[in-house]
Each structure stands twice: as structure tokens, then as C-alpha cells.
Design a protein around this ligand. Structure first.
Ligand code: ADQ
Length: 466
């Protein structure tokens, strides 16, 4: 088996179990289960512009973490700028939130070339390279320009919208053309693949062939869907971890004694996650169904991310105002309706909290997949499982039909669905959970990376790619 080289914008601190972020969790599992390899990317630190620092190498078991710091200018223009103020909103269908400057695109191109220059000396001819996510669309082209002939795969963790939206990206043709340097492009859902194909046909005059083969820009690539999963078995065990149970159980027993139900939400604090309307839906539940006052508690855990991008500070203020208003209206000396926790939580505590919550509430406005939905299912007690409420705009909705599927823009519908979930009879809960659990365990993280890497290895050799 060839050595695996994973490249992502950010290399996670694998020793920090409290880390947030879907990609970090998934790559940790993928590299370890293939017996190791290299994980290359940014170490999360910034240095003064103009500073040159050689890559740092750190071994974590059989995985080498090779990292670079980023200059303050690159951080501002490539990371906070083009990646998170242009591509992130665009690919989440939020053209209204794009903030574009020409220097952002220049920095995006520059940093991708820097990554390629630092990576090439570390590579062996027989390596398989796997590039991740929207920060690195043009990395394949930069590597090919330096003579790389290895197999290179790319996986997009976030959605790929229809061509009408993609064409709002400055130099979108250059961006999509650069994806054709990869031998295999993986998307989360069939919808994303179809959107990509539409772009290729409508905007690039390309052709779609069988087995995901696409021809355009004078070259060929393959685009398919590989829905990401979780390590369901490990997460299930984690949810029963003694330590974490201890911490959560007391609170849970108190809730049960008082016949109270917990609704749980866990999302990075991001506008794509639909948090304000989720808060409003809980308030609406208490208005429409007053029998749940003092009986249903909503716990939202939302660790901060990208707080230096302006819209992220705005959403934070909005949520604090909303939670204050809801608690102001309904809280009593012996009951707090909404518990809003704005920080990271240890994974085992999170798993135990999922297990002891009667409803998992996942309502993004757009999401590539959403691992929280799968984690919630894996953590349930199968004899007495909770109910998953899932947005139809999360990639996970393509495979999790037995969840209660909602429209995250419709606050009343969400409130009614919360009521349905809270009052659902045991037999129905078990039926739904059984089907969901089977799929979450079958399509787990191992199935995901095995399927992607096997497909990449079966693609024709990368010769002729430029
Ligand atoms: P994210 O947008 O980060 O990932 P998600 O898939 O839900 O979203 O993954 C979040 C992960 O972080 C989960 O494993 C969750 O448990 C963890 N997490 C969240 N809040 C936490 C907290 N307070 N404390 C500790 N852990 C926390 C991106 C895409 C998704 C896609 C993933 C993987 O946006 O759509 O599913 O990548 O491809």
C-alpha cells in the first residue's frame, strides 16, 4: 500500500481531545487506520509577514505531522479573506455574505503555491496524496506545475452549489479548471456531484461520461460522491464512558425525576448552522405547547470559530441577545429553559450528553454533511433511544431518512417537530433509531476513506495531467 500524504489547511493537534471540527476528527481516524503517513498543513500559528520558517516535523505514533506557520498577511488575505469571506459563504449559498478584495485572490494563489513548494521535497514517487477542502482547490495544479506525477485526490467537505451561484466567484473558471488537476474529486452528496457536473457542462462546455468521468478543459477527471461518516463504534463506547457518565448522569437523573426532556444542539458558531432560528423554534415550542414549559430544556453547545471575521461576531451577539430574551421570558428560580454554552467540550462528555438527551436538534441552513447528526445516533441507548431532528439542507439528510426532516427556515414547522419528537412513543423511536444506527455503523469513517482511496488507486495513472 502506498504511503498516504494528507494535506489540509489546518493540521489538528491530535493530542487535544477537546478539539472541534469535523475534518480534524475524520483525518485522525483515516491516517491511524492506514498505519500512518504524513499530515501536512498549517499549524495554526501566525508570524510576521516576510518571516521564513522551515516546516516543523512532529511524530504522533506512526503519523508525521509536518506543519508551517502562516504570515499575518496570508492569514488575513488567504485564510480569513478568500477562504472564509468568499469561498465559505459562496459554497454555502450565501452570496449576500461575500466580502471580496482582489488581494484575497492573489493571496489564495500565493499560499497554494507556498504549500506546494514546501510539500514537494517531502514526497516520494509512490505516495498517494489526498488534498482536503476549499482552502486548497488549486493545490493540485501547483503540485503538477512542480512535476508531481503521483495520484492526487481531492475531497470537498462543504457543499458545491449550482452553477448560477458558483459563477459569482471571481475567476470561477480558473478555480474549477484547477480542480481538473486531480485524478479524483470527492463530494459529500449526489446533489453536490450533480451541481458540479452542471457547471462542467454549462459553463465549461465539458462532457459527463459513465462512472463519474468528466471531460473538460482538455483533460479528464472523475467526480463522485463519498458521504463522510464517523467512527460509530468508538463514539458509541465513548458515550458510555464511566467518567463522562458520572458527570452527566446526576444532572440527567434529576431531569428524569422531574420528568424533564433535554433537546441538545452542538454546532460550531457559524451562520451556516442556522442557530438563531433554532433558538426561535425552541421559543415557539414553549408558546405553542405551554405543557413543555418547565419540562423541555434546550442545551446548545456552540464553540467559537473564526471570530475575527465580522459576520461571526455579529451572529455571536445575535445569539446572546436571543438566549437572554428567551430565558428572561421563561426562566424561573428552579428552571432555565435555554442553556447556551459557548466553548469546546471534551468528546466523551459530548457523547454522554448526546446519550442523555431525548432530542438531537440539527438544523443547518446548509451543511456539507454534518457529523453531529451521526454522532447523536451512535450515542443513543438502543433500548430507549432519542429522536434526531435533521435539516433537509444537511448533506446527512440524503442518507438519514428516518430522522424527522425539517425545513430550517420554517420556525413553526420546527416547533411542531420538536413537540413530535418529545412526545414520540417508544416503539416508533426504536424503529427509527434502528434503521439510522445500522446506516451510521455501515457507512462509517473507515468505509469512507477506504472507498475514496480505493477509487483513487483504481483511477488511470496521472500522466498527462498538467
Ligand atoms: P463542521 O462544519 O465543523 O465540518 P460537523 O460535521 O458537524 O461540522 O463536525 C463538527 C465536529 O466538531 C463534530 O465531530 C462535533 O462533535 C465537534 N464539535 C462541535 N462542537 C463541539 C464542541 N463544543 N466541543 C467539542 N466538539 C465539538 C465540516 C463541514 C461538515 C462536514 C465535516 C466533515 O462543514 O458539513 O460534515 O466538515 O466533512
Amino acid at each position: 500500500m502506498s504511503r498516504l500524504v494528507v494535506v489540509s489547511n489546518r493540521v489538528a493537534d491530535l493530542s487535544n481531545t477537546a478539539q472541534a471540527g469535523g475534518l480534524a476528527v475524520a483525518m485522525d481516524e483515516a491516517l491511524k487506520s492506514r498505519g500512518g503517513g504524513i499530515w501536512f498543513g498549517w499549524n495554526g500559528e501566525t508570524v510576521a509577514s516576510g518571516t521564513r520558517v522551515p516546516p516543523n516535523r512532529q511524530r504522533m505514533g506512526n503519523v508525521s505531522l509536518i506543519t508551517l506557520p502562516m504570515t499575518k498577511r496570508d492569514y488575513r488575505d488567504y485564510y480569513a479573506g478568500f477562504s472564509n469571506s468568499v469561498l465559505w459563504p459562496l459554497l454555502h449559498y450565501r452570496l449576500d455574505l461575500i466580502e471580496y478584495k482582489t488581494v484575497f485572490l492573489n493571496a489564495y494563489k500565493r499560499v497554494n503555491r507556498k504549500f506546494a513548494n514546501a510539500l514537494v521535497p517531502l514526497l516520494k514517487k509512490t505516495d498517494t496524496i489526498w488534498v482536503h477542502d476549499y482552502h486548497l482547490f488549486p493545490l493540485g495544479t501547483a503540485l503538477r506545475a512542480l512535476g508531481c506525477k503521483q495520484k492526487i485526490g481531492f475531497f470537498l467537505h462543504i457543499p458545491f452549489p449550482p452553477p448560477d451561484i458558483v459563477t459569482a466567484a471571481p475567476q470561477h473558471e480558473w478555480l474549477i479548471r484547477s480542480m481538473f488537476s486531480y485524478d479524483l474529486i470527492g463530494f459529500q452528496t449526489h446533489t453536490d456531484v450533480a451541481n458540479f457536473q452542471h457547471y462542467v457542462v454549462e459553463q465549461a462546455g465539458g462532457k459527463v461520461h459513465e462512472d463519474g468521468i468528466l471531460k473538460a478543459f482538455g483533460t479528464t477527471t472523475i467526480a463522485k460522491c463519498f458521504p463522510i461518516g464517523i467512527d460509530a463504534e468508538k463514539f458509541q463506547l465513548l458515550s458510555m464512558d464511566d467518567d463522562a457518565q458520572e458527570q452527566v448522569k446526576l444532572q440527567s437523573m434529576r431531569q428524569k425525576l422531574l420528568n424533564r426532556k433535554t433537546i441538545i444542539g452542538v454546532d460550531r458558531l457559524d451562520y451556516s448552522k442556522g442557530l438563531p432560528d433554532k433558538f426561535r423554534a425552541f421559543e415557539r415550542l414553549l408558546e405553542l405547547y405551554p405543557e413543555h414549559v418547565k419540562k423541555a430544556t434546550f442545551m446548545q453547545i456552540a464553540p467559537p470559530t473564526r471570530s475575527d471575521v465580522e459576520v461571526y461576531s455579529e451572529i455571536r451577539v445575535e445569539l446572546e441577545t436571543l438566549s437572554g430574551a428567551i430565558n428572561g421570558r421563561y426562566a424561573d428560580f428552579n428552571w432555565v429553559p435555554l442553556r447556551y454554552i459557548h466553548r469546546s467540550i471534551e468528546r466523551k462528555t459530548l457523547a454522554a450528553l448526546f446519550r442523555h438527551s431525548e432530542v438531537g436538534f440539527v438544523s443547518p441552513l446548509r451543511d456539507g454533511m454534518n457529523l453531529v447528526a451521526k454522532e447523536y445516533v451512535a450515542a443513543q441507548n438502543e433500548a430507549d433511544p432519542g429522536v434526531l431532528i435533521l435539516s433537509k439542507f444537511a448533506g446527512a439528510a440524503e442518507e438519514m431518512h428516518e430522522a424527522l426532516i425539517i425545513n430550517p427556515y420554517d420556525v413553526d414547522e420546527m416547533a411542531n417537530t420538536l413537540n413530535k419528537a418529545i412526545t414520540m412513543p417508544l416503539a416508533e423511536r426504536r424503529n427509527r433509531h434502528q434503521a439510522l444506527s445500522r446506516r451510521v455503523h455501515e457507512n462509517d469513517i473507515t468505509a469512507w476513506h477506504t472507498d475514496f482511496l480505493n477509487t483513487l488507486s483504481a483511477t488511470p495513472a496521472a500522466t498527462g495531467k498538467t
